[in-house]
Write a protein that binds this ligand. Structure first.
Ligand code: SF4
Ligand code: SF4
Length: 114
């Protein structure tokens, strides 16, 4: 669930407001978004992914945190970096660990007559 808006890093671009599927944010003073409808957050991470300055933090827990002291600071503003969005970053799909794709001839096609 969205937990933090880092006002000092926000440039007021409105991207988080535009991408949020459930209109959680309102535009606040100087363009810094406010979390106006916290309970509507779907924990989809889209706002954090699109924020160009890593000024948002979505916690993986789907209910509001009782205490922001529980937030691990090294995770704040890191989601976008981890998925490789942003100038100079490697797309996460390129560095994801997964099984090797088979090399060589393609498997035979299934014939239509069985
Ligand atoms: S995590 Fe998704 S639903 Fe929640 S505020 Fe961000 S964009 Fe909106
Ligand atoms: S996307 Fe980031 S920089 Fe843009 S308004 Fe939202 S918090 Fe601010």
């Amino acid at each position: 669930m969205i937990e933090l808006v880092l006002a000092q890093d926000c440039i007021g671009c409105d991207k988080c407001i535009d991408v949020c599927p459930t209109s959680v944010f309102d535009r606040g003073a100087k363009g810094v978004p406010t979390i106006a409808r916290h309970g509507d957050c779907q924990t989809c991470f889209m706002c954090e992914a699109y924020c160009p300055t890593d000024a948002l933090y979505v916690h993986p827990q789907v209910t509001p945190l009782a205490d922001h002291d529980d937030i691990e600071q090294e995770h704040v503003g890191r989601y976008r970096e981890q998925i490789g969005w942003g100038r100079g970053r490697s797309p996460g799909a390129k560095v994801a660990v997964g099984p090797e794709l088979p090399k060589g001839a393609l498997p035979p096609r299934r014939s239509s007559d069985g």
